[in-house]
Design a protein around this ligand. Structure first.
Ligand code: PAF
Length: 281
């Protein structure tokens, strides 16, 4: 597995491979890898010949400096995981490589109304930062396909909107959520959960599961109300939102007959903010 610190060395590595017709996949990550990321690598291998993973903790998408500071960076562990998953190359740039000091960049693109809903309400500007770095990574790799996890449902939608905005010839593939045996969605942030928080965090999966299981029995209002009751009186758990939304717009679903419906949740568990979702149909 090759390791690249600069975009130029990665481009030089990829040039002859592209010329010989190899299909390139990009798996962008911020490191602290878990089996959810490895499932992205595995799916990438089914869709391309050469798999490039990027590890870059992107400062422009953090709305809380403390969150950026405490973001886990277990680099040796990450590289070992990627190597054994059969990843072809890793781009590990430093901040200046991605944000050169002499480039005065004012990134702001129209991501549609959905940018300001859900996570967008709680983390202002987050998706501008996400799309800014993903566009830079796309420019560096020029992949045929790029893989993203469904756990960040809104992120995938925003990245698809960015791809449309620039009319990029890149296929975005969404990978299903990978869960721990007890149902908690895998996330790099889970390591911050105390033993008690870890137990309490199961409420996200349980409430989503309830909604999917009982979707035919109740109205949308009843489903949301019943899901929210799961969060009452759990020590240290603070619900930010629980919504059943249209999967294309993220607006609250107006009717159960809508085509793409997804239940999305965000909650603070102890000092860790978790998100999760389940596609209803
Ligand atoms: O999902 C993530 O890990 C990040 O938001 C991404 C897509 C790698 C951009 O920094």
């Amino acid at each position: 597995m090759e390791i690249f610190k600069t975009k130029a060395t990665l481009k030089a590595f990829l040039k002859p491979l592209k010329e010989s017709g190899k299909k390139i996949a990009l798996v962008p990550t911020m490191g602290a890898l878990h089996n959810g990321h490895i499932s992205l690598i595995k799916l990438a291998q089914q869709n391309a010949d050469i798999i490039i993973c990027s590890i870059f903790v992107n400062p422009t998408q953090f709305t809380d400096p403390k969150d950026l500071e405490k973001y886990p960076r277990p680099i040796e562990h990450d590289l070992a995981m990627l190597e054994s998953a059969g990843c072809s190359g890793v781009l590990m740039p430093n901040v200046e490589e991605m944000y050169p000091l002499d480039e005065d960049e004012n990134w702001h693109i129209n991501l549609g109304k959905a940018e300001f809903l859900l996570e967008g309400e709680f983390r202002k500007g987050h998706y501008q930062g996400v799309t800014q770095i993903v566009k830079k990574l796309f420019d560096a790799v020029e992949p045929d396909v790029a893989m993203f996890g469904q756990k960040d449902f809104q992120q995938v939608l925003m990245i698809k909107n960015m791809v449309k905005y620039f009319d990029l010839p890149i296929q975005i593939i969404t990978c299903p959520i990978i869960r721990e045996d007890d149902g908690l969605a895998m996330s790099s942030r889970n390591i911050h959960l105390s033993a008690a928080d870890r137990q309490h965090s199961l409420v996200l999966n349980e409430s989503l599961h309830f909604v999917v299981k009982h979707f035919d029995e109740y109205s949308l209002e009843e489903l949301e109300a019943k899901a929210k009751i799961f969060y009452k009186d759990i020590e240290g758990v603070e619900l930010d939102y629980f919504t059943i939304a249209n999967g294309n717009t993220l607006e609250p679903a107006a009717s159960k007959d809508e085509e793409n419906l997804v239940a999305l949740v965000a909650a603070k568990v102890g000092s860790t903010r978790l998100i999760d979702n389940m596609i209803i149909k």
